[in-house]
Design a protein around this ligand. Structure first.
Ligand code: MG
Length: 383
C-alpha cells in the first residue's frame, strides 16, 4: 500500500461535478494534472484546459469544436474515444474516472490494465462490468479505490483490518428528495423536483438515480465487487442527515462508521492520497446538538433498490442491463416523455426479458447494453 499523492492525475469527465471538484483538490494538494478528458468540446472544457498548460486535453466526441481546440492547444489536444482510453493508460498515474454512465467502463479497464490507481467515481464501471474490472485489476497489478462517499467510508473503516473480519456492510442513503412520498404522490412528481437533492450537489442522471434509489442499488453492486461481500450481507439504511457515510460491522460485533459533514472533496482527496492524509482546512463537524436518524428504505415506493439486488444476484450481464435500461429510462424522464414512476417499470420489463450470460469481454457487455437500450426505448415509447 501507499500511493504517492504527487503521482500525476488523469481526470476523466473533467467538466462534471466530480471532475471539477477533483481539479480543485488537485490544486490544493499540488498534484500535477497530466491529462483531462471530457465527452464534448465545451466552453467549460476549453476554460479548464487553458488553466492547465501542461495537461493533455482529450475530447471523445469533439464535433465542430475540434478546430477551436486544435488551434488553441496544438499538440496537447487529442480526439476520439481512443484518446480517452489512452490517457487512462498513462503509466504511473492516478486516474479519476468521473465519466457519467456505462461509457466509463472502457477507460476504467484501460487504467487497471496499465497498473494505475483507478479512483472510481463512475460506479457504472463496476455495475456493468464488475467481473471484467476485477480481472483487469488482477492482471495490471494496480489499485482500485472508491470515490463514492459511502464506499470511501467503508474503505476507511476496513483499512488495516484482516480481510476475513467483515461481517456486514451498511450503506447509508439520504433517501433523496422524495423520502416519505407514497406511490400515489410519486405519480405526479416533476423533473425539477427530482433534481433538487437535499444534501449532495450532483449531475442530472445521478440526481434522478438518487431520487429513485437506483443510485443506492448501484452502490450495493459496487460494494459487492469492491469489497467482495455477498449481497445478503449488504444492507441499506436511510439516513437523511447524511453525516454517517456508511457502517462496517465486523465478525466480533464491533461496528465502525465514517462520520462528518457531507463534502465530496474529502473522499476525492482520500482516493488521491489515501491512506495518507494531508492537513486540509475544512469546515469543522460540531457533534454537539447533532441528531442522527435512521430508518428502513421504503421498498414499495422505491422498487429500484430491490431491482439492484435482484440483478446483482442474477449476475453476469444482468447488472449491465440494469444500468443500460436505467440510463435510457432516466433520459426519457428528464426529456419529459415518461413519468418518474415509469423509470422502475421500464427497468423491470427489460430485466425480466433478459437471460444473463457471463461476459468474457467488453464487447459482450456492450452487446447486452445495446440490446437493453433498444428494449428500454421501445417500452418507454409505449408508456
Ligand atoms: Mg454515493
Amino acid at each position: 500500500m501507499g500511493w504517492d499523492p504527487l503521482n500525476p492525475l488523469v481526470v476523466l469527465g473533467a467538466t462534471g461535478s466530480i471532475g471539477r471538484q477533483t481539479l480543485e483538490v488537485a490544486d490544493r494538494l499540488e498534484t500535477p494534472v497530466r491529462a483531462i478528458a471530457a465527452n464534448r468540446a465545451s466552453d467549460e472544457l476549453f476554460e479548464v484546459a487553458a488553466t492547465l498548460p501542461d495537461a493533455m486535453v482529450c475530447v471523445a466526441d469533439p464535433g465542430e469544436g475540434r478546430e477551436r481546440f486544435e488551434s488553441a492547444f496544438g499538440d496537447r489536444a487529442h480526439f476520439g474515444p481512443g484518446a480517452v482510453t489512452e490517457a487512462a493508460a498513462i503509466a504511473g498515474s492516478t486516474v479519476v474516472n468521473g465519466i457519467v454512465g456505462a461509457a466509463g467502463l472502457r477507460a476504467s479497464l484501460s487504467a487497471l490494465y496499465a497498473g494505475n490507481r483507478l479512483a472510481l467515481a463512475n460506479k457504472e464501471s463496476l455495475v456493468a462490468g464488475g467481473p471484467l474490472m476485477l480481472a483487469a485489476l488482477d492482471e495490471g497489478g494496480g489499485e482500485l479505490v472508491p470515490v463514492d462517499s459511502e464506499h470511501s467510508a467503508i474503505w476507511q473503516c476496513i483499512i488495516g483490518e484482516p480481510s476475513d473480519s467483515v461481517s456486514r456492510l451498511i450503506l447509508t442513503a439520504s433517501g433523496g428528495p422524495f423520502r416519505g412520498f407514497s406511490i400515489e404522490e410519486l405519480e405526479h412528481v416533476t423533473v425539477a423536483q427530482a433534481l433538487d437533492h437535499p444534501t449532495w450537489l450532483m449531475g442530472p442522471r445521478i440526481s434522478t438515480d438518487s431520487a429513485t434509489l437506483m443510485n443506492k442499488a448501484f452502490e450495493v453492486i459496487e460494494a459487492h465487487f469492491l469489497f467482495n461481500v455477498a449481497y445478503d450481507d449488504i444492507e441499506v439504511v436511510v439516513h437523511p442527515e447524511s453525516f454517517v457515510h456508511s457502517f462496517v460491522e465486523f465478525v466480533d460485533g464491533v461496528v465502525k462508521a465514517e462520520v462528518g459533514l457531507p463534502d465530496m472533496r474529502k473522499p476525492i482527496q482520500y482516493a488521491i492520497e489515501g491512506p495518507s492524509r494531508q492537513k486540509t482546512e475544512r469546515e469543522q463537524f460540531n457533534v454537539s446538538g447533532v441528531s442522527l436518524t435512521f430508518e428502513d428504505p421504503d421498498r414499495k415506493s422505491f422498487p429500484c433498490l430491490d431491482l439492484g439486488y435482484e440483478a446483482g444476484r442474477m449476475g453476469g450481464t444482468a447488472t449491465a442491463v440494469l444500468n443500460a435500461a436505467d440510463e435510457v429510462a432516466v433520459g426519457e424522464f428528464l426529456a419529459g416523455r415518461i413519468r418518474f414512476v415509469d423509470i422502475a417499470r421500464v427497468v423491470v420489463s427489460v430485466l425480466e426479458s433478459h437471460t444473463p450470460t457471463d461476459p468474457r469481454s467488453v464487447e459482450d457487455i456492450a452487446q447486452a447494453d445495446a440490446e437493453a437500450r433498444i428494449r428500454a426505448t421501445e417500452i418507454s415509447g409505449r408508456l
